[in-house]
Write a protein that binds this ligand. Structure first.
Ligand code: FES
Ligand code: FES
Length: 155
């Protein structure tokens, strides 16, 4: 079996995997990082979103071997020293979640957006989050949270 080595949340991790192993399965089942969720397994819901080299990707449709040597950030790696990342804090403050199932993917996708566009308009946020589905909130507060989080990240 091949091995894959990548940096996950700042730590180098190596695992022996089947060539078909998906990144989400490596994260959840081998590395016990269960904050990355699986909602659809078909690249539609965005619950499995993580950052690879700072860019949001759907880990349910990414082969783990394709992340060889990459920096991967999951929701567990976003806070520092117990302090929420500004995007997490904004979701909390603006009530951008209810059950929380979609939230890790929403937050990581939003962090990617904020790194490209520090002051996204409501329309830009809605367009960006097209690939992240939420069954609970109606999106209104999520959009407010993403705009506030982007500004808190430096505008
Ligand atoms: S589980 Fe990956 S997009 Fe739904
Ligand atoms: S908060 Fe429940 S799915 Fe989004």
């Amino acid at each position: 079996m091949p091995t894959v080595t990548l940096r996950v949340n700042g730590k180098e991790r190596t695992a022996e995997i089947d060539v078909r192993t998906l990144l989400v399965d490596l994260l959840r089942e081998r590395l016990q990082l269960t904050g990355t969720h699986v909602g659809c397994d078909t690249s539609q819901c965005g619950a499995c979103t993580v950052l690879v080299e700072g860019r949001s990707v759907k880990s349910c449709t990414t082969l783990a071997l394709d992340a060889e040597g990459a920096d991967v950030t999951t929701i567990e790696g976003l806070s520092t020293n117990g302090r929420l990342h500004p995007m997490q804090a904004a979701f909390k403050e603006h009530h951008g979640l209810q059950c929380g199932f979609c939230t890790p993917g929403m937050v990581l996708s939003a962090v990617d957006l904020a790194s490209r566009n520090g002051r996204p308009s409501e329309a830009e946020v809605r367009k960006w989050l097209d690939g992240n589905l939420c069954r609970c909130t109606g999106y209104h507060n999520i959009v407010k949270a993403v705009q506030a989080g982007a500004q808190a990240m430096g505008g």
